[in-house]
Write a protein that binds this ligand. Sequence first.
Ligand SMILES: Cc1cc2nc3c(=O)[nH]c(=O)nc-3n(C[C@H](O)[C@H](O)[C@H](O)COP(=O)(O)OP(=O)(O)OC[C@H]3O[C@@H](n4cnc5c(N)ncnc54)[C@H](O)[C@@H]3O)c2cc1C
Length: 146
Amino acid sequence: MPVDKALWKATFPPLAPLIERIGDIARYDRFEYIRLKRWSSGHVAVIGDAAHAIPPNIGQGAGCAMMNALSLAVFLERGDDIPTQLGEWERAERPLTNHTQRISLLFGMPAFWPPKARELFYWLAARSRWLTDQRTRTARHVPTGT
Ligand SMILES: Cc1cc2nc3c(=O)[nH]c(=O)nc-3n(C[C@H](O)[C@H](O)[C@H](O)COP(=O)(O)OP(=O)(O)OC[C@H]3O[C@@H](n4cnc5c(N)ncnc54)[C@H](O)[C@@H]3O)c2cc1C
């Protein structure tokens, strides 16, 4: 902040009216996340944000939704007993989604810290190989079924 409106408008001309409305004071909203006790019951499964909404701090919510939908189909093809297959699917796929939620929450926390502490966190996070590995694990994952 302040946003370089001229640059953004030149880069995305159709969005110019929206970019023009951006004020000088930055604001960040708290996003909710959803964690279910289980992703399925009987023959019913819940997928996408309804099962595991993820704050968009690392941009992986739709990625997880698509990966889990594809793997759901893969696991259902592997056996005839649907409740059993749904259980196998969750056991295999959920750990990565849980990890994604945890890391996303971690990267969102500094948004509400004092500016200096926030800057320090992101400065360190950008330089930490371990944190970078954690943050990019979802993006580097080869989805089941591909
Ligand atoms: C600001 C922001 C940035 C993001 N950036 C990224 C990113 O860079 N990368 C990424 O992977 N993910 C990102 N995400 C997350 C991503 O948008 C979601 O994880 C994804 O859209 C979830 O898809 P979904 O189909 O599960 O749910 P949704 O996209 O929410 O779809 C649910 C649909 O159901 C409809 N609906 C709701 N109730 C009813 C009803 N009663 N009857 C009929 N229809 C209904 C809704 O209108 C909606 O169309 C971001 C999210 C936000 C908020």
